[in-house]
Write a protein that binds this ligand. Sequence first.
Ligand code: MSP
Length: 655
Amino acid sequence: MRFYLTTAIDYVNSRPHLGTAYEKITADVIARYKRLAGIETHFVMGNDEHSQNVYKRALERGMEPRAYCDQMEQEFRAVWSQLDISFDDFIRTTEPRHRTAVEKLAQRCFEKGDIYEGHYEGWYCVSCEAFKQEKDLVEGKCPLHPTVTPEWIRERNYFFRLSKYRDRLLRHFAEHPEFLQPDVRRNEMLRLLEGGLEDISVSRAGQLWGIPLPFAPDNVVYVWFDALINYAAAVGYGTDERRFSDWWPADLHIVGKDITRFHTVVWPAMLMSAELPLPKQVFGHGWVNFGGQRMSKSLGTSLDPSDVAARFGPDPLRLYLVKEISYGGDGDFTWDRYKERYNVDLANNLGNLVSRVSAMADQYLGGTLRPTGDTSPHLRDLPNEVATQYRHAMNKLELHAAVAYVFRLIDATNVHLAETSPWLLAKRPEARDRLGQVLFDAAEAIRLVAVLLMPVMPSSCSEILSRMGETRGPSTLRLDIDGHWRPDGTRTIRKGAALWPRTEEGVPGDVRLKPDAQARLKPGTTYGETAAREHKMDETTAAPAETPRISIDEFMKVELRVAKVLEAEAVPKSKKLLKLTVDTGTDRRTIVAGIAEAYQPEQLVGRTIVIVANLQPAKLMGVESNGMVLAGSLDGGMPVLIGFDREVPPGARVR
Ligand code: MSP
């Protein structure tokens, strides 16, 4: 089995930012997962160099454009290497192999009668490198680049008969619902196609920077027509037909939501015209914002991924981006949130687990673990369930959900330790076998966690595996063999320094809640049945000063407990309500919470929450709710769920 995976190729007028890095990291997670699944994978990235902005930037720097692009290639490669991106090939649009492919494909479309000479007059946004219609502009500006004034251009151009392919494209979308994912993008594109297509310009007149059109060399190929062909060029189109037939069509193009139109309308039409097979799937991921704002150099909201990776290494960043952003949706990065997740997920949770288990194995059993009894009930069925759910989620590109499942196993391992108390067993010589099994189970769970998280945190997981006694190299691991519970074998456990020491320091460039927003934070807001039923968040605000005080006994009547979200789904026909299935430590129950506008269901699975556990049941939109979820909120704003700065197991009382 083979898998050909690509990302968008980047404009090199500036260094990568966290948004462009997000795309490469998530594609890398997919590539590493495919390899782990034993699939021969070819992962291609690259640089898009024939853009006018690249040309301008080179001139501004007093450099020859090609020399500037060479320099930027080194900068890009250095960032990708720092982030542990395991691409197999890196293509640049100024390379001869790419030029040959562009000439060949343009010539084929021309000979097919799909490229004709015409006249273009209209707007052009240099930053998008796209022709814009009046209706696309907002107050005369491109909505994506409000600081750049669009140019009005009039030129003789060559046009591609995009309109001719509309019906075939619609048919392709209908016959292959998987072609464009997630569904929200597919629906956008279907609406666009249903509205009709116009032919597009595929050349620019009077420009020096670009690939000359083979049949009209006074014109250069329009940068998008040029760039899209990189995917075919990288696997030999025009230069190595055998290799091309081995790898084409691509299995998956990962691109941002702003450029799905180019990839699912223009590119397939070009391939149809050239009579080549279409890529099997395009995935249009969302935006990563910085402190709630679109990443932009001019607005000072751009973040250099090297600065973030320099902080705690590449793996915490990779984990944050994959776990905190539901893949396909938009997400946000703030230094505060990043530091918090680092402390909770890595320092306190996984890192602490690895340290405790290896230290106890070393201290109590000389570092050698072997099975000496039955697997702990906490870990009897869950690990293999998690491994299966993880694979399903990964195969559906629900990367965030896959990671959330693995964190359920981490949580279960912590619960297993808390409930079996190996430190007490170690004091009783007659409990030595029990102790051996308890630590063996914990080490085996950690091993499985490290295998499953390997695509996300490659270097940390290699280290964890080696500490857990795995002797095989990470590249030889296979999901079929290593990705499930192994009840036997002897493990030689190694202690080591803390993988992720807890951080308390502030982080430079913190984007914090503005003081006025903080002042508006209302203590005591709850998001459960009352808030949801009434849809009036204001009723649940802080108590006025004259409210009579209550006794501790009265307070203790309210049973606040830690719970873990097992499943989450939207309540049909409700904008605000989510139906949660939670583990309360003693039972599994349904709670309906009014948090749908702030959280996607997938973001909640695996999450630790606080509930009011002893409320009388109430029906909301036909669903019985057995409790209430606690959250804080800004005045009339979005609910923010209460969390902990270290792991607390379900069932723990909150007081
Ligand atoms: N050169 C074109 C792509 C040509 S592909 C044949 C281009 N380049 S880009 O440098 O502007 O963007 C590269 C990728 O990064 C695109 O997929 C784009 O959607 C993505 N992102 C740019 N900013 C982003 C965020 N803030 N967040 C997530 N992805 C973002 O477009």
